[in-house]
Design a protein around this ligand. Sequence first.
Ligand SMILES: [Zn+2]
Length: 408
Amino acid sequence: MTESETKADPAFDIDPDETIDLLQRMVRIPSPYFEEHDLAEFVYEWLDDRNLDPEYHHVSEPEITEYEGDNVIARLEGSDPDAPTLLLNAHMDTVKLVEDWDEDPCSGRIEDGKLYGQGACDMKGGLAAVMKAFEALAERETDLRGDVLLTAVVDEEGPYGLGTDRLVRDGLTDDCDAAIVTEPGPVLAQEDLDNPALLLGARGRYLYDVTVKGKAAHGSQPHEGVSALVDAGRLAEALTEIEVGSHEKLGDGSVCPLMLNSGSQTLSVPERARLMVDRHVVIGESQEDVRRDAEAVVADLDLESEVEISFREAPVPGIEYGPYVTDEDHELVGALQVATRDVAGVEPAIGYFASVGDFNYLGDRADLPTVILGPDGENIHGAGEFVYADEVVEIAEIVTEAATELLS
Ligand SMILES: [Zn+2]
């Protein structure tokens, strides 16, 4: 065996120090949603410095949020136009910086293998992993038959997932055949799993408002009025008792009343109330089903108040988090299993994600077999958020090797 052949193990393409340095630099650039500009520029320049031909992909939402920003995308072209295209997706934004940190929330400090910072785990760790994987794949691009499309997106944590929504609506996912999203791994799974874990689906989610209109009266004579607050409370309770859908992989749907407002005066029966409800759904349940279920509860209670159900306003129709499940037998899952065995020496756990995110747009709207696989950490979205630095390197290696397996 020649020396160059002994170096061919793809796992060695990822330099751990460079990967952690990249992550640290990105954690030090604050990028709460709607304020990703500086990080987008960094990602663009990092790719450009390596001659990986990045492009800005503009994201504009003038109606509700007035947001203007840019995804950063890059493509490796494989040798065979008929071979599959693999999408690597990671979001650049974080939640708004939490005030509770007792250190700089963008320190990137490493202690005991934990790298701290807002967004370190969700999901700059995953972003660093796909960037390093993309670089490693580019270095042996000639070996790949299929394309790899890297998408570093904006506004995943914000109100509508505008970055990935724009990828889907502009047709960038049309020629893709499968997607890996490197969101934090088992920490956000439905059950306790060891990393590396492949999360093969997620429930969907709808948010709706129930507006209740009663009749005002003097607060000392409640029987003269109809309390919108009391009726909304009865509705909230009844909604939690409905029969929700169930799925063998995704588990049960759920209903969670989130907020009840009835801004009233100090001595009046509340005339109006607004109840906000979260409904998680499984495959087979649509927005119309969710509306029908709520209407059935309203009809059942036969309230004196008038009740109206409305879904959250969206910039365009079709922006919704639908549920999806990726087939365990899909070749992407197989490639990730092989890669995990090679890199980590273990069989990956299989699970399902607990909440919703951009992966719903890819798995449901774009209809791509989608796998979530990412580095783990803790305190996600909170103070003290950290990612396990060695898992970032490991995920980069697994993604590199799985892409090679799938596309060669
Ligand atoms: Zn995330």
